[in-house]
Design a binder for this molecule. Structure first.
Ligand SMILES: [Zn+2]
Length: 391
């Protein structure tokens, strides 16, 4: 498999290829920000999934009507309930009128994909000029993307990347020189570039040419290394995050060809990542370019489905890995309650959450009861590494 991928990489020599980079993000893990600008539309934190209108068609949509990352209404009863937090997670489909569970304490379970049927991430490699030229149209789609910067390219100095970060997209590491060989220094040079230029740490990377040398390099530096071998990722599965599967659309892929990749992920209730190098046009020869309009039509279709979580690699990846971390531990009984205590993977971004259901009882973290969200869950912060369910 990798042999074929290397061959693909060797067949084009424009400095871009079929591979990944590393994702960067701001200190909070690259959450979308609701910094709606009036002209181009910006990503809203509330709804990458498209369940509320974030349309920015015609360049006039602004930030849409994002409802914020969560709209938790306080829990009922007399328990002291903490204030609703901004988990950064999008609002899932549904009417939002699910009653707070009132049965016996139990049934603790992390829900898949934050309450969506499936998930998709779109990543763009190589700092290609056609990405820069079409940034406004991409951003107007109102969903967070991941841009893997090849920092040795002059295009990485374009001011568009700062805008992308401000608009809520993820900036990731695609190394400085895009070599299939590295002892770590070329990867670290790209991280240094991103930290110096944007003041944020890249949490994920994408391996140039899909080279397997980056699997080991990323393991000590990143949460995720996106590879180039297409496969679906399931909740709690054993997919290696340091060679995360990704789908590369063929040259000139139609919207329907890309739609099929998301439809199959949604049907299987799994996560698909896309690796896209650029669009027709541009001055630096994107690998397997596609038509901008086909991509726009595709993303609009996925948004219209309403139940697919569209977000950056770091945001969905942190949920996937956070769910695994919490789900892998057994609760311990003490004082009438049950406490789950977990460990997070290395290089895990701060400020991340998972959504949890129970059959009843009160969930607390750091002594504060969590508010019930009428979309059907509690939001559990991962950083405290512990949650307790009490009667
Ligand atoms: Zn590349």
């Amino acid at each position: 498999m990798f042999g074929a991928l290397f061959l693909l990489g060797a067949l084009h020599f424009s400095g871009c290829s079929d591979d990944g980079g590393g994702g960067g993000s701001d200190g909070s893990g690259g959450q979308p920000t609701a910094s709606g600008s009036g002209t181009s539309g910006s990503v809203t934190s509330g709804d990458p999934g498209g369940t509320t209108s974030t349309s920015a068609t015609g360049g006039t949509g602004g930030s849409g009507t994002g409802t914020g990352g969560n709209d938790a209404a306080g829990g009922g009863g007399s328990d002291p309930v903490g204030p609703a937090v901004d988990s950064g997670l999008p609002t899932p489909p549904g009417a939002g009128d699910v009653a707070k569970p009132s049965g016996a304490p139990g049934g603790f379970k992390v829900i898949d994909w934050a309450g969506f049927a499936g998930a998709v991430s779109y990543s763009f490699d190589d700092s290609n000029s056609s990405q820069i030229q079409n940034y406004d149209a991409l951003n107007a789609l109102g969903v967070p993307f991941t841009f893997y910067l090849q920092t040795g390219k002059n295009e990485s100095n374009d001011p568009v990347w700062q805008r992308a970060l401000t608009d809520g997209h993820e900036l990731g590491n695609h190394t400085k020189s895009h070599s299939s060989e590295d002892n770590g220094s070329d990867t670290d040079a790209a991280t240094q570039f991103i930290e110096d230029k944007f003041g944020v740490r890249p949490w994920t990377m994408a391996a140039p040419n899909g080279s397997s040398v980056y699997t080991g390099i990323a393991r000590t530096r990143f949460l995720i290394n996106r590879g180039v071998s297409n496969a679906l990722i399931a909740p709690n599965d054993n997919t290696d995050p340091f060679t995360l599967p990704s789908y590369i659309p063929p040259t000139g892929a139609s919207a329907s060809v890309m739609d099929e990749q998301v439809t199959s992920a949604r049907t299987a209730k799994r996560w698909r990542t896309f690796c896209i190098h650029g669009f027709n046009g541009g001055s630096d020869g994107a690998y397997q370019p596609i038509a901008l309009q086909a991509f726009v039509d595709h993303v609009e279709h996925v948004k219209d489905l309403g139940d697919v979580w569209i977000d950056s690699i770091v945001n969905i990846g942190a949920y996937w890995l956070g769910q695994k971390a919490v789900s892998s531990v057994t609760g311990t009984q003490a004082g009438g309650g049950t406490t789950w205590t977990w460990q997070l993977p290395a290089n895990f971004p701060p400020g991340k959450y998972v959504r949890v259901t129970v059959t009843g009882g009160t969930l607390t973290q750091n002594g504060v009861a969590l508010p019930w969200n009428p979309h059907g869950y509690y939001e559990v912060a991962l950083d405290p590494k512990s949650v307790t369910l009490s009667p």
